[in-house]
Design a protein around this ligand. Structure first.
Ligand code: FES
Length: 142
């Protein structure tokens, strides 16, 4: 199985690891098959993601994609973060072995859940922005 230099780099030296105590949005998702869990914390000011941290209890590909995904949304408007796809994250990492592509879905979903949480905290229904997401506790990526 081959991993790109970028995957190794983000796995060995992940960016934005940690928690944000006063986060404006938090999202957690799990992969029911492998049991890996990812949690994303967002700090949002005037609709711009000013800070982002993550914690991933999971495989190397999940850690590398979390790291890259946080780098891709940091400093960006919420509208851009909503458009982030796991495909874009995989491309930014110069690819993942096909059997590991599902791991990258965790990052996209965790960000969407964190953004949905942000909307809810502001009294806004997130559905028009993030689409239908399963209940936070029940959300598992298959
Ligand atoms: Fe579980 Fe990669 S094997 S996310």
């Amino acid at each position: 199985m081959m991993y790109s230099d970028k995957v190794w780099d983000h796995f060995s030296n992940p960016r934005n690891v940690g928690e944000i105590a006063d986060a404006d949005g938090v999202g957690e998702v799990g992969n029911a098959t492998c049991g890996d869990i990812m949690k994303i914390y967002l700090k949002i000011e005037k609709d711009v993601i000013t800070d982002v941290k993550f914690k991933t209890f999971g495989c190397g590909a999940a850690i590398a994609t979390s790291s890259m995904a946080t780098e891709m949304i940091k400093g960006k408007p919420v509208s851009e973060a909503l458009k982030l796809t796991n495909k874009a994250v995989v491309e930014a990492l110069d690819g993942l072995p096909p059997v590991k592509v599902h791991c990258s879905v965790l990052a996209e979903q965790a960000i969407k859940h964190a953004l949905a949480d942000y909307y809810r905290r502001n009294g806004i229904d997130p559905t028009p922005f993030v689409g239908e997401l399963p209940d936070a506790e029940a959300c598992h990526v298959h």
